[in-house]
Design a protein around this ligand. Sequence first.
Ligand code: CP
Length: 307
Amino acid sequence: MKHLIDPMDLSLEEIDHILTLAQDIIDHKEKYSQVCRGKKLATLFFEPSTRTRLSFEAAMMELGGNVLGFSSANSSSSAKGESVGDTVKVVSCYADIIAMRHFKEGAPMLASMKSDVPIINAGDGGHNHPTQTLTDLLTIKREKGRLSDLTIGLCGDLMFGRTVHSLIKAISRYENIRFVLISPEELKIPDYIRTEVIESNNIPYMEVTSMEDVIGDLDILYMTRVQRERFFNEADYIRLKDSYILDNSKLALANQNLSILHPLPRVNEIAVEVDDDPRACYFRQALNGKYVRMALIMTLLGLEADE
Ligand code: CP
């Protein structure tokens, strides 16, 4: 049995397998419609979600399986004081695979030690979000045709944004990657990502505060929202929340091949006028999330399509 807790749990070969399978699912949906017949996915979400939970549930349904679960800590016995370990021990009696989101870093890792079925980390605090990373990689591969030779700008809350941390870890393993890290001073990338991932892999990078100065150099611009729920102080959030707003005037400085990604939800950081630009990939990205989660569920359950 294999769990997915950290993007580094997957080798490059395993990522390639999942992305290739996801593309085959997109191209031949009917082949996969009964692959998970008789299987159940439990979604245990202790923190709010729209895309991750619903795309997991849609993924399992489109594979012919069933779903059960809860969408907030308050609607589970966690509200009565039950531990994550006990919750997972019990739910693994009811389901074949579990996707879990938790506000505490490390909770899905702890769950994986107690579970009798595969655990998928659907986001743990400010730490990791490996299935968003698979979504991002599939999107980059489909939009650009490659996962190497890319200048990637990451913009916004690089301190608390778990999608940023996971994407940097995963894509650092591909050839000829360069990072442009765009954030306010207070929301710079955590030291452990800069030293243990970027610098230790000798990846060229720069840290800047101005989006306008660098947008013209980018192949990918990965926008993120400022993570209000991770701030200790509301005044700091209000001061920083609108640090970057991508609108058509800033987009005019970018090259025509730019791909704009955002894990969503967005708040203010991309103006709605940008949505109609062909370079805006974020809604296609959200759709890719369903297909890549279908591929992941199949892979962790060891299932193949009926020929
Ligand atoms: N990208 C993402 O994790 O979105 P949700 O919080 O809506 O799941």
